[in-house]
Design a protein around this ligand. Structure first.
Ligand SMILES: Cc1cc2nc3c(=O)[nH]c(=O)nc-3n(C[C@H](O)[C@H](O)[C@H](O)COP(=O)(O)OP(=O)(O)OC[C@H]3O[C@@H](n4cnc5c(N)ncnc54)[C@H](O)[C@@H]3O)c2cc1C
Ligand code: FES
Ligand code: FES
Length: 474
């Protein structure tokens, strides 16, 4: 066995624990349950039910009010590789009672009859606890529980429990938020069953990837973890991007906004305080809080799912990606990034460093997601439309982007050109829709037939046009 240690430590419910020899692909859920902490349950093993929710003490993003402090982030422990929590602080539902006194979220669930069989209850309590202690929480956000499913109680008593919570009580849990989150040290964990590396710089990360052709990058593991859990895929060497500072930068400059590929969606929501409305309507439609607390923008683009939600929005914002490799960096327009089904312009050993959104932003952008459920569901078709126009409303440029209508997320270039230079007169809109009908070739699957998807591209465009410019096209 080469360099690396076969053990690491973290703090579990306030007590330091050392993990020795566990396979790097072991989930945090399996580990806590193996220690007798069986509150967290396995319902689905793919991030859909929230029965496995636990809390991570995470750094508060700078603008969230508790600068230098911490926040409790609820995550699906079935999708957290155990070594990813090395040096971290983790709470399971068993650790939330303080000196024998139930946490408010626990008591509220009992008092409001929020539990019947109880399978889902620990997960709900964990999500509710994180929401209760969310810095700057005004009114409770019921969507904080959106990633938790209950199959017997019904959601009203659970919602009542959440809404009954006042300000969090004084005590160790509140005090903890004033102190910084634990620092994560470099990690080179190696057992006979594989490796887990957590480099501390982009250069180290690229070096590790160059040295080991079998290595696989991992960020939030919300895509990769599903493959690990449900298809039994085992990566022999995971290189974690969670501690690579270059991937965690966010900047809003005069020429572009640059979003680090390793930032979680929750972090981006915190950092990008004056994000355009299109981002604010897109974010809550992406999975659940539990998933967004881990999922990264880089992971969403690199996985190149044709129904990934970030690509249509970023295509409509004319974004480009910043790719880092051993020889240096390159900028690739996002519309050239997707090369085929699940294929991207990333060469072996390259890392998506950031996403760049040029300024000025379009005058108007809207995102639409057609799915079987409004929230926490996978898109059948996702669409994002952007228009830039002059003061007199003449369109200078348009972006029309879709997910779910081809093997890759794409821009409808012909339709975009038809709009440019016009006022979006009714005959132009008819031509745009005819162009979408003619140029797009969706495939059908269990989420929607090809005909349905094609019809959606036009009706979503109609919806956008009607909502934004109805007085022009009426
Ligand atoms: C329950 C559930 C709901 C979901 N809902 C949605 C949804 O509504 N919309 C949606 O679009 N997706 C959804 N997803 C998919 C997933 O959450 C997203 O694709 C997420 O953004 C992936 O990010 P990650 O950091 O977890 O990626 P990971 O799983 O860590 O990695 C995914 C892939 O990207 C590669 N990778 C990661 N980061 C980089 C990088 N910086 N450079 C190069 N390669 C990299 C990895 O090697 C891996 O191949 C959902 C997933 C689950 C489990
Ligand atoms: S077991 Fe269902 S989300 Fe983890
Ligand atoms: S109480 Fe039974 S699943 Fe929620």
């Amino acid at each position: 066995m080469g360099p690396g240690r076969a053990e690491f430590s973290f703090v579990l419910n306030g007590t330091p624990v050392t993990v020795a020899g566990a396979a790097p692909q072991t989930s945090l859920l399996d580990y806590v349950r193996s220690r007798g902490l069986t509150g967290a349950k396995e319902g689905c093993a793919e991030g859909e039910c929230g029965a496995c929710a636990v809390l991570l003490v995470s750094p508060a993003a700078a603008p969230s009010g508790t600068q230098g402090g911490s926040v409790y982030r609820s995550v699906n422990s079935c999708l957290v590789p155990l070594p990813a929590v090395a040096d971290c602080e983790v709470f399971t539902v068993e650790g939330l009672a303080e000196c024998g006194r139930l946490a408010d979220a626990q008591r509220a669930m009992a008092e409001h009859n929020g539990s019947q069989c109880g399978y889902c209850t620990p997960g709900f309590v964990v999500s509710m606890f994180a929401e209760h202690y969310r810095p700057g929480r005004g009114t409770p956000d019921v969507h904080a529980l959106g990633g938790n499913l209950c199959r017997c109680t019904g959601y009203r008593p659970i919602r009542d429990a959440l809404f009954s919570l006042g300000t969090p009580p004084e005590g160790v849990f509140l005090d903890r938020l004033n102190n910084s989150a634990p620092e994560r040290n470099p990690l080179h964990y190696r057992t006979s069953q594989g490796r887990f590396s957590r480099p501390q710089s982009l250069a180290e990360c690229l070096q590790l990837a160059a040295e080991d052709p079998d290595a696989k990058l991992v960020a939030g593991n919300t895509d990769l973890g599903v493959v690990t859990n449900l298809r039994g895929q085992r990566c022999v060497h995971l290189i974690s991007l969670e501690n690579v500072p270059e991937l965690l930068e966010f900047s809003d400059g005069p020429d572009f906004i640059e979003i680090g590929a390793g930032l979680t969606l929750t972090d981006i929501g915190e950092y990008w305080r004056d994000a355009p409305p299109v981002f604010r309507e897109w974010l809550p439609l992406f999975a659940s809080v539990l998933i967004r607390n881990r999922a990264t923008l880089g992971g969403n683009l690199a996985t190149a799912s044709p129904i990934g939600d970030s690509a249509p929005m970023l295509l409509a914002l004319n974004a480009a990606v910043r790719i880092a490799g051993m020889p240096g960096e390159r900028i690739v327009p996002l519309q050239d990034f997707f090369r085929g089904y699940r294929q991207t312009a990333l060469e072996r050993g390259e890392i998506l460093r950031a996403v760049r959104i040029p300024k000025p932003l379009p005058t108007v952008s809207r995102f639409y997601k057609a799915a079987k459920r409004t929230l926490d569901d996978i898109s059948t078709v996702a669409a994002c439309f952007s228009v830039t126009h002059n003061d007199d409303k003449r369109i200078t440029s348009a972006r029309i982007a879709f997910g779910g209508v081809a093997a890759v997320p794409l821009s409808a270039l012909e339709a975009e050109q038809l709009l440019a230079g016009t006022f979006g007169e009714p005959e132009v809109i008819a031509q745009v829709k005819a162009s979408l009908r003619r140029t797009l070739r969706p495939i059908g699957d269990h989420r929607g037939s090809a005909e349905y998807r094609l019809a959606l591209t036009q009706s979503l465009f109609d919806k956008f046009w009607h909502e934004q410019f109805s007085e022009v096209s009426a």
